[in-house]
Ligand binder design. Structure first.
Ligand code: ISC
Length: 367
């Protein structure tokens, strides 16, 4: 069977499935699959608003869906909520710490061009009954500082795979000639106690290591967007952004396009992946990631959002997510590594980034 036939078959297999992105919900009517670069190159305007997701790896195809808006989202699993049976770390926390130390040493080596690499780890969860991805997304969406999402990913499998999560990071919004990117990099776990939480916030803002991590992302996005813009404003210092469980350093970058007709997907293909999820320089960072991570990132650290008939759109970084398939889920979290990164602190940071999804799935932190 040809690739095209496979993708058409897969597209048909997701027709009728529900999809949710932020406050938007609908039922899938049509699907297209290609790489972001190919879709950006064709420049053909869409005849309707399309919602979708692209993987971390730029050479891999993602999905765009035409949906029939429908705020009533199917309750896929009316049975009792699933209970976690076991959890497997990929790699172990020790092995992740060793990879952090090795990468920090590479960055510290003046002869090595690597300035930053984002290393991720995964948690494989098995449950006693099928997980309900919409219930998980609904719980994640109670945090007002994130965009929650739940999208089916077609494939030749018995069970539908779902990409579920709640991202705090805006990669690109394009409205006519106006664009905005709001990268995040540099993180601290939030605390229950108000005084401790304020201390964590202040320590993050003053942390040289986190500011270095952050600057790499802002410079990268500035350099990618500048040639497209007649004006581009980048604040001198980051602000603090929050989710229910994390503090982040964030910078709101606003631009005016030279050509308001520049397609949203062209800008997106130029930006993705930023050093908020990959590193810099990109080639060396991808190499470090490939050496350190014993799993496929798949749609984690990719991008998801929508593009419309006017070639405007809004795309987020696919963070704080899980791929859910029947009774199994794979959760992902990563951290930016620079010369001053400490292995134990980066293990703790990734642990903190799992909290939102653990809570939504009902997995105890001790498991
Ligand atoms: C890579 C992730 O977060 C990115 C976004 C915000 C802060 C980050 C950091 O501090 O390392 C990461 O760049 C993740 O959540 O898996």
């Amino acid at each position: 069977m040809s690739e095209l036939a496979i993708s058409l078959q897969s597209a048909a297999s997701c027709a009728g499935l529900p999809l949710r992105l932020g406050s938007l919900g609908g039922v899938i009517e049509e699907a297209q699959s290609d790489t972001l670069a190919n879709l950006a190159r064709t420049h053909s305007p869409f005849d309707r608003r399309m919602y979708g997701a692209f993987p971390f790896a730029r050479e891999k195809a993602g999905w765009l869906y035409g949906i029939r808006p429908d705020s009533h989202q199917a309750d896929l699993n009316k049975a009792k909520p699933a209970r976690a049976l076991d959890l497997c770390r990929l790699p172990s926390q020790d092995a992740y710490g060793e990879a952090v130390a090795a990468t920090a040493a590479q960055v510290a080596d003046a002869a090595n061009p690597l300035r930053k690499a984002v290393l991720a780890r995964a948690l494989d969860l098995r449950t006693d009954r099928a997980l309900d991805p919409f219930a998980v997304a609904k719980r994640l969406g109670t945090d007002p500082h994130v965009t929650a999402y739940c999208l089916p990913l077609p494939g030749r499998r018995a069970e539908t795979r779902w990409l579920v999560g709640a991202t705090p990071e805006l990669l690109l919004r394009k409205t006519g000639g106006d664009i905005r990117s709001h990268p995040l990099a540099g993180s601290a776990r939030r605390r229950e106690d108000a005084r401790e939480d304020a201390d964590a916030r202040a320590a993050l803002l003053g942390s040289e290591k986190d500011n270095v991590e952050h600057r790499v992302v802002v410079e990268y996005i500035h350099d990618i967007l500048a040639p497209y813009c007649s004006a581009l404003s980048v604040p001198d210092a980051p602000q603090l952004d929050r989710t229910a469980s994390m503090w982040h350093l964030g910078t709101c970058i606003d631009g005016t396009l030279r050509d308001a007709d520049t397609p949203c997907l062209e800008l997106l293909a130029a930006l993705h992946p930023t050093p908020a999820v990959a590193g810099a320089p990109l080639r060396e960072a991808l190499q470090a990631i490939a050496e350190a991570e014993p799993f496929d990132r798949d749609f984690y650290a990719g991008t998801l959002g929508w593009v419309n008939e006017a070639n405007d759109g809004e795309w987020h970084v696919t963070l704080r997510c899980a791929m859910i398939e029947g009774r199994a889920a794979r959760l992902f979290a990563g951290a930016g590594i620079v010369a001053a990164s400490d292995p134990l602190e980066e293990v703790a940071e990734t642990r903190a980034k799992f909290i939102a999804m653990r809570r939504a799935l009902g997995i105890a932190e001790s498991l």
